[in-house]
Write a protein that binds this ligand. Structure first.
Ligand code: SF4
Ligand code: SF4
Length: 59
């Protein structure tokens, strides 16, 4: 799953635009990723200018 560092994220919306399954939602105050819909393509990690997104393993 994708981990969001909310301290780094400035809600620019770039990741929302590249997600192929539209599972990133953004409000005025926070960003949220629907882990059940996410296909782990990591596009959002690659485009984030703040490096606020990281791949998280479950171990
Ligand atoms: S890894 Fe891919 S599917 Fe998952 S939230 Fe990021 S862009 Fe969307
Ligand atoms: S691209 Fe990065 S900084 Fe921009 S909204 Fe997404 S997580 Fe936040």
């Amino acid at each position: 799953m994708i981990h969001i560092d909310h301290d780094l994220c400035d809600l620019c919306g770039t990741c929302v635009g590249v997600c192929p399954v539209d599972c990133i939602s953004m409000s005025d105050t926070t960003l949220d990723i629907d882990d059940d819909t996410c296909i782990q393509c990591n596009f959002c990690i690659q485009v984030c200018p703040m490096e606020a997104l990281k791949e998280e393993t479950n171990d």
